[in-house]
Design a protein around this ligand. Structure first.
Ligand SMILES: [Zn+2]
Length: 452
């Protein structure tokens, strides 16, 4: 359930001017996965939440929020430490490249290699920068993306798959730059005062394009997508989709078990590529009724148009972000331009400055954008409850998520403000226990959005 992101793209590419579009592309999923994976423990523990169901009267049983295991507490605490480190690191690296004069030297090198054609200089500079930062980040990418999930029993991904995926992400970053980086740089050259406005305008169709092609061309480079394997469960899932007037060819199963033991599902795409994707790990670990609740949640995102709405808000956000970037860069160049030997954002050597300012803007905007995401998630939970009226299995699905993904049920306020794209899982369990307006005859908020 949250607007994120192609997690496999290299961080440096994500923060590049073009790829900010990718980073903002909405991608509502079932669970928070920024800190990633999780799972668990033994198979018997995984099944435990489902078996605790009161099968005879599921709608009156209350599901308790389990206390986090010692492992989950450690995962939460070390995750917070890594988050702070990463945040600082995302500023320190470009700052050092900019302040040390390395950026200017890379730009001069690119000029010598290309003979000075402005766009080739931009491309070669970007390639050099991306390579440099990817190499610098490699140890941390390995620790966070591979070693850590393995250490917590959350992944059985092969090292070869991790390496190949990383190289693919790097290649996609370069290709995307070659295809689209000319847009902001051309606008910067043609209209130094209004480039931010025109670039924001150009970002809207680009957003839609990225959202259209990612499920069709990009995601299949990393995993296999197909129809559901379990045909009996598929029938029940498609019945639920039918009630929500979502057609069957929009539902996919993906083989995430090659990458992680965590469970999740998400809605993505635009127009012809709009789809609901269920991870095979989710189908494997949750009971059928719990999976149906998760499907109800995803249908909520789909039917309530959350992806579309996020695109609209993100597009407006880009105008504000680029305007702030424009004004802040003018200040920096006035103050330190001579010392940096950079006087305009059109100079490719200014890329680290763009990245620093985008990171800063993203950080400042994150409490608002995350609160917005949490609201979408809460409404999708409400939709799922109204559609299935299966409170117990909804609550159990979240308990299974908590144990499977080593989630911390009630994170602290700073975590929630800056990191939570989803409501705390403990509160989601509580909401599932409590929300039952149909029992008192109160009108359902989304009752007109699905067939009875
Ligand atoms: Zn969601």
């Amino acid at each position: 359930m949250n607007p994120r992101r192609a997690r496999r793209f290299p961080r440096s590419a994500l923060t590049g001017l073009f790829l900010v579009v990718l980073a903002l592309a909405p991608h509502p999923s079932w669970s928070q996965s920024d800190d990633s994976p999780n799972d668990i423990s033994s198979p018997s523990e995984e099944v435990a939440p489902s078996t605790s169901a009161n099968e005879t009267s599921p709608n009156v049983s209350r599901v308790e929020v389990p206390a986090p295991s010692d492992l989950a507490v450690r995962f939460y605490r070390t995750g917070n430490a890594w988050w702070i480190f990463n945040l600082l690191w995302s500023f320190v690296v470009p700052l050092v490249i900019l302040g040390s004069g390395l950026s200017v030297r890379l730009r001069d090198l690119a000029k010598r290699w290309t003979g000075g054609s402005w766009y080739l200089v931009v491309l070669v500079y970007f390639g050099l920068y991306l390579t440099l930062v990817s190499v610098i980040d490699l140890p941390f990418a390995y620790l966070l993306g591979f070693a850590r999930p393995h250490a917590y029993g959350l992944s059985n991904q092969l090292l070869s798959k991790w390496i190949v995926d990383m190289l693919k992400g790097f290649g996609i970053g370069l290709l995307a730059a070659a295809l689209f980086l000319w847009i902001p740089y051309l606008l910067l050259r043609r209209s130094p005062r209004r480039w931010w406005f025109y670039t924001s305008l150009a970002a809207i169709p680009l957003f839609l394009f990225v959202l259209l092609v990612t499920p069709l061309w990009i995601a299949p480079l990393f995993n296999d997508f197909g129809p559901m394997q379990d045909k009996a469960l598929e029938r029940r899932i498609l019945d639920l989709a039918e009630r929500s007037q979502v057609s069957a060819e929009r539902v996919f199963e993906v083989d995430k078990s090659v990458d992680t033991k965590a469970v999740n599902a998400y809605v993505t795409g635009f127009a012809g590529s709009k789809r609901i994707v269920l991870w095979d790990t989710l189908l494997d670990r949750l009971s059928d009724d719990e999976v149906l609740f998760v499907m109800g949640h995803e249908l909520g995102h789909y039917v309530l148009g959350h992806v579309r709405e996020s695109i609209l808000i993100s597009s407006l956000g880009v105008f504000v972000l680029l305007f702030c970037l424009h004004r802040a860069s003018e200040f920096v160049f006035r103050r330190w331009g001579n010392r940096l030997q950079i006087h305009s954002l059109a100079d490719p050597a200014a890329l680290p400055l763009i990245i620093i300012l985008l990171n800063l803007g993203g950080l400042v905007a994150s409490p608002a954008s995350l609160a917005y995401s949490r609201w979408h998630e809460h409404e999708a939970d409400r939709f799922a409850l109204e559609l299935t009226q299966d409170n117990a299995h909804g609550a159990q699905a979240f308990v299974a998520l908590q144990t499977s993904n080593l989630s911390f049920p009630y994170p602290g306020p700073v975590f929630e403000l800056f990191r939570s794209s989803h409501p705390p899982i403990g509160r989601r369990v509580e909401f599932c226990n409590e929300y039952r307006p149909w029992e008192s005859g109160v009108k359902l908020r989304y009752g007109d959005r699905f067939l009875p």
